[in-house]
Structure formats: structure tokens, C-alpha cells
Design a protein around this ligand. Structure first.
Ligand SMILES: Cc1cc2nc3c(=O)[nH]c(=O)nc-3n(C[C@H](O)[C@H](O)[C@H](O)COP(=O)(O)O)c2cc1C
Length: 311
């Protein structure tokens, strides 16, 4: 279960998710068995300009090891510089975002816009491989749109440039998150590329993840949205906990958040994660509205206790 020299303990990895996967969630997912966690995408340009948001995000906490740092940008040298910076701050792997379809990113010619420039994708990986001693990967989509599906070409170029693995979300950029991830494309890439392929898209359980691995020959599978408020999705005991079993999990997460953030920030981060934990439960909408009014972590936990454990 290797990516470059990294030997991972599980084939299930936590997907990068901007605005969702913070350091507290990454530590929790490692505790629950994720083979590796990925940071949300971080602007290489922001790192170069020493912007507070970007440089703070890039640091990996010892408890979240192994942690991959995902960078976005389009300038091979700027990306490489940010990669070096991430390596110095504890990253175990550098991943380059070549799949983000969000306007703000694509407008800069970064993220999924890079799929339209396979030669530049290769130059970026080449430059990163020279800059760091860590494994380098790239996360791609199937292509820009259905008329320009080019994951095979991009995958081959990334490999030639020295990528240790390719992460593949088999939707086009234009598709955003609509329709279904086409896992037959993951199978196709795994067959034609002599590199580990990491599939990402629509996995909802550990069991389904292993089915995808068996069906497609993917070496690893990422879990993204299904891990929000569901850290146990990575664990061997794959059954869904009852609401009252959720409380100790939220309690554990709360302690991490309090350790990692100053008090005011801790309140907003805990609220956000509590909203994920209660998703799909009866009365979640009104609970969410009540949670939003809380001003301390104690108040949030009191509400969660009433909600999950009853009076
Ligand atoms: C809120 C959100 C933020 C995301 N941010 C990133 C990101 O920063 N970098 C990235 O490569 N993919 C990002 N993704 C895509 C996921 O990593 C993943 O490929 C996609 O959600 C499909 O997997 P899933 O169905 O398991 O969520 C994001 C997805 C969501 C829902």
C-alpha cells in the first residue's frame, strides 16, 4: 500500500475539502483509521506572498500524520516553492490540484483549467519533483468537458514527469458535482497507467470503498463528503452509530478543537462540525438554527447533549 516511499496503513484516504476539512477533522480521521489525510487546497501564490491564511493552513500537526498538503496554482516555480515550504512544515506528500472547477480558481488558470494544458501539468509536476523529496501526486478530473475527456493523456504525462500516483475524480470539470462519478473511468486509468491510481467520488461506506477497489484496480480510494460528521466511516466497525453514540465522538472532537484554536474560533469551528454530525437526523434543521446562536463551546455541547442523549 505504497505511494512513492510512503507506506500507508489503509487504502482509504480522506479527501481534500476546502472549508470543511480542518486540522481537527484530519486528526480525528487519522484516529479513526484513515490511511492519509489531505489538507484543503492552499494557494501557492498565497504562500509566496506570505498570506496569513495560506501559511497557517500549510502546517501539518504531528497528530495528523501522514498528512498530504494540496496546493493550487499554475506557475511551476511558485508551486515548487510552496511545496518546499510545506515539506519543512511536516507534509508527508505534496498533491497538486488539477481538478477544482470553482470559478475563482479556474479564472486564474489553476485547478481544472490545467486539464486543458497537459504540457503545463507535466511541467508543474516536474518542477515539484525537483523541489521536494516527498512523493508528488496530482488530483485530476476526467477532462474539462465531455468533448475533451483527456485523463489518459494527462495521467501519462504526470507519470512521465515523476508523479508517484494520480488521484482521479471521474467527473468532468463542467459537471461540477452533478451526475455520478463514473468509476469505469477509474478502472480504465488504473489499467493503462503503471502507477497507483486513487479514485474519488460518491463513496459512502468502507464496504463500498473496498468494492470499488476490487472492481477497478484502484490502489486507494478517497472519501470526502461521506466523512463529514462521520469519522467512523474509516474504521473497521463500519456500522452507523445511533444518535446517543455520537455524543462521545463529538466530545472527542470538541477537545481537539479547544486544543487547536483560540476560544472564539473554537466556537465557530465546533458549530460547523456539529452541523455535519446532525445531518440527516430528525429535527436537524431547527437544531442547526439553535446551535448557531450559541456563544461558547460549553453551550454547544449542552445543546448537543440534550439533542443526542435526550433530557
Ligand atoms: C465542500 C467541498 C470542498 C472540496 N474541496 C476540494 C479541494 O480543496 N481540493 C480538491 O482536490 N477537491 C476538493 N473537493 C472534491 C473532493 O475532494 C472529492 O473529490 C469530491 O467531493 C468527490 O468525492 P466525495 O463524493 O467522496 O465527496 C471538494 C469537495 C467538496 C464537497
Amino acid at each position: 500500500m505504497k505511494i512513492g516511499h510512503l507506506d500507508l496503513r489503509s487504502r482509504l484516504l480522506a479527501a481534500p475539502m476546502a472549508g470543511v476539512i480542518d486540522v481537527s477533522m484530519r486528526i480525528l480521521l487519522i484516529r479513526y483509521g484513515a490511511g492519509m489525510v489531505f489538507s484543503e487546497m492552499i494557494s501557492a501564490e498565497g504562500v509566496r506572498r506570505n498570506q496569513k491564511g495560506s501559511t497557517a493552513l500549510i502546517t501539518c500537526h504531528p497528530q495528523e500524520s501522514p498528512c498530504a498538503v494540496q496546493l493550487f496554482g499554475r506557475d511551476p516555480l511558485v508551486l515548487a516553492e510552496a511545496g518546499r515550504y510545506a515539506q519543512e512544515r511536516g507534509a508527508a506528500l505534496i498533491d497538486i490540484n488539477m481538478g477544482c472547477p470553482v470559478k475563482k480558481v479556474v479564472r486564474q488558470g489553476a485547478g481544472a483549467a490545467l486539464l486543458r494544458e497537459p504540457e503545463l501539468c507535466a511541467r508543474i509536476v516536474d518542477s515539484m519533483v525537483r523541489a521536494v523529496t516527498l512523493p508528488v501526486t496530482a488530483k485530476i478530473r476526467a477532462g474539462w468537458d465531455t468533448a475533451s475527456i483527456n485523463y489518459r493523456e494527462v495521467g501519462a504525462r504526470l507519470m512521465d514527469a515523476g508523479a508517484a500516483a494520480v488521484i482521479f475524480h471521474p467527473r468532468t470539470a463542467v459537471q461540477l458535482f452533478t451526475g455520478e462519478a463514473d468509476w469505469s473511468l477509474v478502472g480504465d486509468l488504473a489499467e493503462c497507467l503503471p502507477l497507483p491510481v486513487i479514485g474519488s467520488g460518491d463513496i459512502t461506506s468502507r464496504r463500498q470503498a473496498y468494492e470499488r477497489i476490487a472492481e477497478t484496480g484502484a490502489a486507494f480510494v478517497m472519501i470526502g463528503r461521506a466523512a463529514m460528521g462521520r469519522p467512523w466511516v474509516f474504521s473497521l466497525e463500519a456500522h452507523e452509530p445511533a444518535p446517543h453514540d455520537l455524543y462521545p465522538i463529538v466530545g472527542q472532537h470538541r477537545l481537539l478543537i479547544e486544543e487547536l484554536y483560540p476560544p472564539r474560533k473554537a466556537v465557530s469551528v465546533l458549530k460547523r462540525h456539529c452541523v455535519y454530525y446532525i445531518r440527516g437526523l430528525a429535527g436537524a434543521a431547527s437544531m442547526r438554527a439553535t446551535l448557531m446562536k450559541s456563544e461558547t463551546t460549553d453551550a454547544i455541547m449542552a445543546l448537543m447533549s440534550d439533542y443526542l442523549l435526550g433530557d
